[in-house]
Design a protein around this ligand. Sequence first.
Ligand SMILES: CC(C)(COP(=O)(O)OP(=O)(O)OC[C@H]1O[C@@H](n2cnc3c(N)ncnc32)[C@H](O)[C@@H]1OP(=O)(O)O)[C@@H](O)C(=O)NCCC(=O)NCCS
Length: 170
Amino acid sequence: MLKQHGNLFDPPYTPQRIQTEVDQTRRYRTAVVAEHNGRIVGFARYGHTPYRIEQLRQFGKAALGQERHGYVFSILRNPHQQYNGLGEKLVRKSLVLMRSMKYPNGKPLSEVVMTCHEANKGTLGIGAKLGFTALGRVPAQGRLTHTETVFLHLPLRRAIKPRRTKPRRI
Ligand SMILES: CC(C)(COP(=O)(O)OP(=O)(O)OC[C@H]1O[C@@H](n2cnc3c(N)ncnc32)[C@H](O)[C@@H]1OP(=O)(O)O)[C@@H](O)C(=O)NCCC(=O)NCCS
């Protein structure tokens, strides 16, 4: 799926980046996938990382001494499965699973970050529906179509908003 649709990311996923996704998923087993007729049609990979902790600190959201934060690293939905809420479902499930994860120091994950470029309506929509706050924008590095990355943040202990609509079949 990543080979077929990895071009939808900005920048498009290279074979090396795809391999990293696969390796990280195998190593940590922290991803959710959606299947339809035996084929993977979507996935989200999540976990915790020190990446962007400095930016989180600059937004005043990292606790003293905090070195890591939860992160939804990547989300991908088969583009032929339009507007079915699949991306939202994948992230929602990831958030549920992240609630039982711990940082290496044994403390439970306290928050989740998602980032995307300013024109990524899908990720922004998912963030809005799941209660993420847009903390602000940070300079985008290595992106092709934009210069800023939107920084979305959700305290993890806060209840995840219930769905307003019934899950739809994919
Ligand atoms: C980002 C992505 C995963 C979103 O998945 P999705 O299944 O379209 O998301 P959802 O259907 O759950 O959409 C959630 C909300 O986002 C908004 N949204 C999604 N796509 C939209 C679009 N094209 N235009 C406007 N709003 C959109 C809507 O508000 C939607 O809720 P609604 O359908 O109830 O109105 C998908 O577009 C994708 O795979 N993109 C390519 C890869 C990528 O950019 N990943 C994110 C960076 S890691």
